[in-house]
Design a protein around this ligand. Sequence first.
Ligand code: GLA
Length: 346
Amino acid sequence: MNPISAPFGTTLDGAAAQLFTLTNAHGLQASITDYGGTVTSLLVPDRHGVLADVVLGFDSVAGYQSPAYLRSGPYFGALIGRYGNRIRGGRFELNGKVYTLATNNGPNHLHGGLKGFDKVIWKAEPGTSADGATLKLTYQSPDGEEGYPGTLRVTVVYTLTADNALRIDYTATTDRPTPVNLTNHSYFNLGPGPDILAHELTLRADRYTVVGDTLIPTGELRPVAGTPFDFTTPHAIGERIAQVEGGYDHNWVLTGGTEGAATVYEPVSGRVMDVFTDQPGVQCYTGNFLDGTLTGQGGRVYGKHAGFCLETQHFPDSPNQPGFPSTILQPGEVLRSTTSYQFRVR
Ligand code: GLA
């Protein structure tokens, strides 16, 4: 049977979480729980065909609910909504009305609030499509949840494809205008090392959104040329990271095109990951806040820079930034978006 399903433990609210494992003909294996729609493990071969887990995660739901995890809020592998990244001051104005959201990151709203899509149980339906094994997840976010207007119906389909991609298809509809910015918060480490500083990153982005001191965009889209943000040609993540205060935690403005948004190469294992998306931006976050207090699958200690995230998305704080592409979903519209993380070796 593909996918297979197994119990994943009981949530703090007493709900039974399930784990679904999708496999393809090349032996890739993606495990995803209905708790937060979280990718908990992703087995991918290296250049010798040896499988290893390339994402940060835990082997039961308890790992995602430990006091240390909830305190630090790394969002390992989770689906993020209603709004990926920050909204300034936890407020925005829409059609003349001010909406107040939970502030869960200093003065700002982050990743959907106190109980975002990463902390709810999604309805899960394992299946198969022409492209591979699938897991369809649905969640209905009630009007007013975390302060957002309208009932939002969200469907996310994970597909593990025959050509070695974990594809994520997002769909959403609403009954009132509301901001939506859906993403996945997987942390990748493609190699055997404890950190990702030697991974070579290419980002097909010629500008990034400049941020102020609480990581809220100023509105400026600044060229990356001549700065440590220039990954238009491959650079080791660690090469210039010391020049960026706190490490990389920024949104790049994607140039678009068929080559994909990003490519990451890990020299020891030979693994390569290509990221494809239809989104205008990507948050590249280098695990700057990880500090070794969490231990994941296989006893791995997650220290600083243990993984990197490429969160494909609309730009942070778009509801307050008239110059950014709009994130407002209208009744009658269907939001559709696709991102895939595809693997090969070199
Ligand atoms: C995003 C944010 C980071 C951090 C992580 C989760 O990438 O931009 O600042 O909050 O999520 O820890």
